[in-house]
Write a protein that binds this ligand. Structure first.
Ligand code: PMP
Length: 466
């Protein structure tokens, strides 16, 4: 480690900011630009609020990174971790051993997953869960005597993580440009983004069209070459794109018709976000396999899982051979204990029902009512406690701002400066607050959203873009 770094940082930076600028390489960040500005140091958090080093109290409209579903400061989760660390801080599940937290968590997950998704494989992150889905769906077909059946189909603008597998499967062009070559035999179809790409078609017609892109792709590459279709129920990191109601039933029909495995990535939608345990419940999807992470432990510790349905599990287990896949920390006892407690709390406090019947509809309604005819807002979509809105220069023509004016980042910065975390995805603003948010906090959140959009409008006017 060298301390002679010639990195220059403004002297107004706190000592943590200075060290951050010298030693820390941030994910998904232009570190040089960040260093000039100085990263915001978050010091503590409680409920739906976080605080920074300067003492600013900020409403976390993103639940961290879509994960802190139970809010911050849950003592029970800290106690579960503490107790497990003292009893058995680590043991693996590779070599004919198991332990209480992994077993109990597998059972608890199976108790809330839809259909026959009752076999649970553990990982540490959504990316690892997705890599597991990729390997397992391909391996399934190899075990069926069809190793050539290995094409995975996903969607443009999908996010499935940032390992080489997740990057390759996802549809983020900015990621594809870096660190390739990508994993082969991955094909992509269009996303079901009605507002942005539906033209003058009805939502229903566009949903069918977007789903039929899957059928076209399957026919183009040959049905007998396709392993699985992989998709999020609602595209999260892509900007919270809620598919038209006609989309998922058609996808399901096409997967059945061509006997293609349906893998659903529930990393964001899972654990109550859409007002049901899984997005698959909300959209009535019957997956063969499902990845989950984030809300599984409410983000308190890294843990992820893949729920495997009977079709794949029975095929795998009928073999007299190992499944050669796993992670040192698969089913880590401390993370598993915290996840188990998270599910316990969700059940005991009826969090999913709250989101479905109470706070979710209230959030969706209040958000829309806070922004009646706001000139910047082209469209709002969402369900439960997840929402996305398109910022536009002109509502009637849906014209976007020129790329020289990064309207999303301008808005995000106004939010930060006014005590709200709202994330920008290009020109879309997205919200995903903790699932424990109450109505008073939802009111505060929506008032702040309104204020920050007004400030963003003023900034756009000042820049001469309106
Ligand atoms: N899949 C989806 C749908 C996600 O949203 C994410 C993360 N935002 C991932 C996979 C990757 O998860 P992780 O960052 O934990 O690797």
């Amino acid at each position: 480690m060298s301390h002679d770094s010639n990195t220059t940082t403004a002297t107004s930076h706190s000592s943590l900011q200075q060290s951050d600028a010298r030693f820390h390489l941030h994910p998904f960040t232009n570190t040089t630009r960040l260093n000039n500005k100085g990263a915001r140091v978050i010091t503590h958090a409680d409920g739906v609020y976080i605080w920074d080093e300067q003492g600013h109290k900020i409403l976390d409209g993103m639940a961290g990174l879509w994960c802190v579903n139970l809010g911050y400061g849950r003592e029970e989760l800290a106690e579960a971790a503490d107790a497990q660390m003292r009893t058995l801080p680590y043991y693996n599940t590779f070599f004919q051993t198991t332990h209480g937290p992994a077993v109990e968590l597998a059972e608890a997950i199976a108790s809330v997953t839809p259909g026959d998704l009752n076999r649970i494989f553990f990982a540490n992150s959504g990316s690892e869960a997705i890599d597991t889905v990729m390997r397992l769906t391909r391996h399934y077909w190899a075990l069926q005597g069809k190793p050539w059946r290995n094409i995975l189909i996903s969607r443009e603008n999908a996010y499935h993580g940032s390992t080489i597998g997740g990057t390759s499967l996802g549809g983020m062009s900015g990621m594809h440009k870096q660190g390739g070559p990508l994993v082969p035999n991955i094909e992509r179809i269009r996303q079901p983004y009605w507002y942005g790409e539906g033209g003058d078609q009805s939502e229903e017609a566009f949903g069918l069209l977007a789903a039929r892109a899957l059928e076209e792709k399957i026919l183009a590459v040959g049905p007998d070459n396709v392993a699985a279709f992989v998709a999020e129920p609602i595209q999260g990191a892509g900007g919270v794109i809620v598919p038209p109601a006609s989309y998922w039933p058609e996808i399901q029909r096409i997967c059945h018709k061509y006997d293609i495995l349906l893998a659903v990535d529930e990393v964001i939608c899972g654990f109550g976000r859409t007002g049901n345990w899984f997005g698959s419940d909300t959209f009535n999807i019957q997956p063969d396999i499902m990845s989950m992470a984030k809300g599984l432990s409410s983000g308190y510790l890294p843990i992820a899982a893949v729920a495997v349905g009977d079709r794949i599990a029975n095929t795998l287990m009928a073999q007299d051979e190992d499944f050669n896949h796993g992670f040192t920390y698969s089913g880590h006892p401390v993370a598993a204990a915290v996840a188990l407690k998270t599910i316990d709390i969700m059940k005991n406090e009826h969090i999913v029902e709250q989101v479905r019947d109470n706070t979710g509809p209230y959030f969706q309604k209040t958000l829309r009512e806070s922004l009646p005819d706001h000139p910047l807002v082209g469209h709002i979509e969402g369900t439960g406690l997840i929402a996305g809105m398109a910022l536009v220069q002109d509502q009637a023509s849906k014209t976007l701002f020129p790329s020289t004016l990064d309207i999303g980042l301008i808005c995000r910065d106004h939010c930060f400066d006014n005590g709200l975390i709202m994330r920008a995805v290009g020109s879309r603003m997205v919200l995903s607050p903790p699932l424990v948010i109450n109505k008073a906090e939802i009111n505060e959140l929506c008032q702040k959203v309104r204020l920050c959009l007004d400030l963003t409008l003023a900034s756009a006017q000042q820049a001469g873009a309106l």
